[in-house]
Design a protein around this ligand. Structure first.
Ligand SMILES: Cc1cc2nc3c(=O)[nH]c(=O)nc-3n(C[C@H](O)[C@H](O)[C@H](O)COP(=O)(O)O)c2cc1C
Length: 348
């Protein structure tokens, strides 16, 4: 989604900008919940890079109600992550209600997932599989809202892909039930991540409801962000894969669209500088948050932060061999530092 003619981009930008209250009026940018990616350290990092909202990865209501330690670790937060929005999923209403009751002391908002396409989730009649039965979705959310002292939001796909899409009907009914906000990923369950997100169906939803609608799917830079806002009429955007290994995307979008004039934490440097700063900051936050326990996402982040960069594939072989997390962190840091250092030869 690149290659806009400047006049087209400028025209679109103007519609979404109020110069005097730029930051306040700009549509909020959300870091999408992503299992195995959006750990607490990464969510704080994304916020430092300009994300307005972050959500935990999806956490099973069955695990939380059974007091599974691993599930409870997923819903850890920190005062720097405010508001705190844990995301839960499940197929049993009573369990979802119990989870809401257990979580609401620590949560500012609770998000319910009706978007996960993973077979192990869908076979338990949870995640996106529930979209085939709007009555069940509505009654589950109604029960959660009745039990909750905090706002409930919902994230969903367009439908299951078998039979007509149900997201529009579900969003209209959820608005009546008192849902605070919906986020719609413009794909069906059947599509998983293939094809293009259908932003026009998100527009139908945002034109039919009065609550906040966050558009999600295929936003990867400022140009696609602007096009998505224009195509969907959404009140905000959620970015997933475009923010993996690239948390600086949030600042870049805001800067390019004129929503911020602030200097990012990595200073005036370009992409390489941003990557290096973000990686070191991730290590710092991870060290602080996980202290001596192993960080299960570190290797995955290391691969993402170096993807497509010169010499990255040979460095990655070494990276996979390295068992010591501190050494691994330093190896990637050294590699990114070198890329960020201006080459004296080319500077002459
Ligand atoms: C690795 C990965 C993990 C994901 N985990 C979750 C999750 O836990 N909860 C959720 O609602 N969506 C999850 N998603 C879906 C994303 O939140 C998002 O809806 C999807 O990636 C589309 O947005 P994008 O085109 O910006 O990536 C995941 C996506 C990816 C790639």
């Amino acid at each position: 989604m690149t290659g806009n003619r400047p006049s087209e981009l400028d025209g679109l930008k103007a519609k979404h900008r109020t110069p005097h209250t730029m930051e306040a009026s700009a549509p909020p940018l959300f870091l999408a919940p992503m299992a195995g990616v959006t750990d607490l350290a990464y969510r704080i990092l994304a916020r430092e890079c300009g994300a307005d909202m972050t959500v935990t990865e999806f956490t099973a209501a069955s695990g939380l109600t059974r007091k599974n330690t691993y599930s409870w670790l997923k819903v850890e937060s920190d005062p720097r992550e405010s508001p705190f929005i844990p995301q839960i999923f499940g197929g049993i209403t009573e369990e979802m209600v119990q989870t809401v009751e257990m979580l609401q002391d620590r949560a500012d908002v609770i998000d319910i997932n009706f978007g996960c396409p993973a077979p192990k989730v869908c076979k338990n009649d949870a995640g996106a599989a529930l979209l085939r039965d709007p009555d069940r979705v509505v009654s589950m959310v109604r029960a959660c809202i009745e039990a909750a002292d905090v706002p409930i939001t919902v994230k969903m796909r367009l439908g299951t892909g078998s039979g007509p899409n149900t997201a529009l009907e579900i969003c209209e009914r959820l608005e009546q039930e008192g849902v605070e906000r919906v986020c719609v990923h413009g794909r069906t369950l059947r599509q998983r991540y293939s094809g293009e997100a259908d932003w026009s169906q998100i527009r139908e939803i945002s034109e039919s409801v009065g609550i906040e609608v966050i558009a999600n799917g295929d936003v990867t830079d400022s140009s696609s962000a602007l096009k998505c806002l224009e195509a969907t009429g959404a009140t905000g955007l959620m970015i997933g894969r475009g923010a993996i290994g690239r948390p600086s995307i949030f600042h870049e979008i805001k800067r390019d669209l004129g929503w911020t004039t602030s200097t990012p934490p990595w200073g005036e440097g370009g992409d390489a500088m941003a990557r290096h700063w973000c990686w070191d900051r991730y290590l710092e936050l991870a060290e602080e948050i996980y202290s001596d326990s192993p960080n299960k996402n570190l290797k995955r982040h290391a691969v993402s932060f170096t993807k497509g960069l010169p010499g990255a594939s040979s460095m990655r072989v070494e990276l996979h061999r390295e068992g010591d997390q501190r050494k691994l962190g330093k190896m990637v840091s050294g590699y990114l530092a070198e890329l960020a250092t201006p080459n004296e030869a080319s500077a002459v």
